[in-house]
Ligand binder design. Sequence first.
Ligand code: PMP
Length: 319
Amino acid sequence: MTVESETKPAPTFAEIISNSWVFFNGEFVRYRDVRIGLMTHAFQYGTACFEGVRAYAGDGGQMYILLLPAHFERLQQSGKILRMSLPLAIDELVKLTVELVRRNGIHYDIQIRPTLFKSSEVIGVRLQDLEQSFSIHTAPMGNYVDLDGLRCMVSSWRRTSDQAIPPRGKITGAYVNSALAKAEALDAGFDEAIMLSPDGHVSEGSAQNIFMIKKGVAYTPPVTDEILEGITREVLMKLLPDDLGIPVVERSIDRTELYTCDEVFFCGTGAQIAPVIEVDRRPVGSGTIGPAVQALQDLYFRAVRGRSPKYAGWLTPVY
Ligand code: PMP
């Protein structure tokens, strides 16, 4: 090895992103060559929808994209709300995403971000008579939240309702709601926010769904309590009873049930399986990660890195 190669600094995050290939309006181009104008409707009015997909480094240099078709199905659903459609069939988008990760030569954990957005550069808030664009980019991504135990507050910000900005759609503009809640929680010295629906029931975290466990039963809010219909939530609703013998009940949850249950955790593609150890300064259970969430974390991380044959169906291998 030459001295030069020994001392060459690793590329920064910004350099990795700038040099990466992205898929933009039908072709592969470098991230740095994409031009999106200031008047773009989605930039001005939040009229876009997106997905946060993860790909994990597995054994032997393999990369596994997690639950990829389900993310495109949800993007299609979000697009329908905003009157946009996917540019290609879902199986073609899956192939394209695999090609993008391969083209970028990635062998570390990343987020893959497909985005469907209103791209007309015009003045006027509406959904019809606007052009749409579609992109996919990749970025290095470690843990989004701490996995050892989060201290949370119930936010003074309410989750948006289906009558205002539908949480069922993963809509860019709606993330202002999440950002307000998360910022309030961080300012107050907490790690995360738990938001209530306008009618006062527990909905979800700023970017993750929530479960609580009491007396061996897991509870999670129904999709009609102003939540994003989480893909992780959905697979856990099967995994919890099948693999851990914990039945799951979908029902509305009151704030004080979080104070009095045994375990609480967040789940999501970004959040993964994140234990909540404190809510509004009350310890959840013993105030440390509980046995069910610990077991769930172990199962989940084995599955996403391709080490669980039972859950191989969650994964799209890249190489
Ligand atoms: N709720 C919100 C508001 C989110 O942003 C996310 C992350 N996509 C989730 C829940 C979890 O959804 P998923 O499991 O599909 O990532």
